[in-house]
Design a binder for this molecule. Structure first.
Ligand code: ADP
Ligand code: MG
Length: 236
């Protein structure tokens, strides 16, 4: 479903050039739960940004569901980004004045979807926040705020949830609750998740581990999604 081939990304700041991605190839199928690990600066976020169509490779190919996304216009990329991906960040990225329900409705407003309120409420039920839909971020714990962010990522029915350090701001116990929720999405609902973390315990919830160093993938335990009955269909 996601296929990166020999992707390169260089950042230039003044005189210096940084090879943030130095020939990365990665293939992720539907229903996989992949943890990306590696030290700070190894290229994890750059790879996630390219996968999520937030950034473009300088070289190499990116096929999403068989479609070469390099040829798409900025408008088409933005639309695809909003329908194909759900994003979860360490910082939750919630808006302070909005209720949980309103936060989760936002991506649907951008897409002009009808029936927004019901779909947002359903997403909040899925993450166990049925009794918090009217709460604002300040009225929620860190774990609850991250679950609102996860509901917001799910409400568009994305192909893939991209989670960059989703437990980075949480204590261990709360981080485990959030990871259990993400695991259930994969194991019970067939969701595909790509997660960045530097914590081995967090990565252990995933089924596959990809380790990066200096812009390269130095270890990949490989696709191991055979246990998931929802992975039967062929896709690229
Ligand atoms: P990680 O997420 O693994 O910590 P990143 O993908 O954020 O690593 O960064 C990889 C390298 O690219 C780092 O050296 C970082 O400083 C550099 N980098 C990332 N984004 C930019 C940018 N927008 N401009 C300049 N350098 C960047
Ligand atoms: Mg990062």
């Amino acid at each position: 479903m996601i296929r990166l081939d020999a992707v390169r990304k260089t950042f230039k700041t003044g005189e210096t050039e940084i090879n943030a991605l130095d020939g990365v190839s990665l293939h992720v199928e539907r229903g996989e739960f992949v943890a990306i690990m590696g030290q700070s600066g190894s290229g994890k976020s750059t790879m996630m940004n390219i996968i999520g169509l937030l950034d473009r490779p300088d070289e190499g190919a990116y096929l999403l569901s068989g479609q070469n996304v390099a040829g798409l216009s900025e408008h088409a990329r933005a639309r695809l980004r909003g329908t194909a991906f759900g994003f979860v960040f360490q910082s939750y990225s919630l808006l302070p004045r909005m209720s949980a329900l309103e936060q989760v409705e936002l991506p649907l407003i951008y897409q002009g979807v009808r029936d927004r309120r019901r779909r947002a409420a359903e997403a909040l039920v899925r993450v166990g926040l049925a009794d918090r839909i009217g709460h604002r971020p300040t009225q929620l714990s860190g774990g609850e705020q991250q679950r609102v962010a996860i509901a917001r990522s799910l409400v568009v029915d994305p192909l893939v949830v991209l989670a960059d350090e989703p437990t980075g701001a949480l204590d261990t116990a709360t981080g485990h609750e959030v990871m259990t929720l993400l695991s259930d999405l994969v194991n019970q609902h067939g969701m595909t998740i790509i997660l960045v973390t530097h914590e081995p315990e967090v990565a252990s919830f995933a089924h596959r581990m990809v380790r990066m160093r200096d812009g390269q993938i130095i270890q990949d335990t490989g696709a191991s999604n055979a246990a998931n009955p929802l992975n039967g269909e062929a896709s690229t």
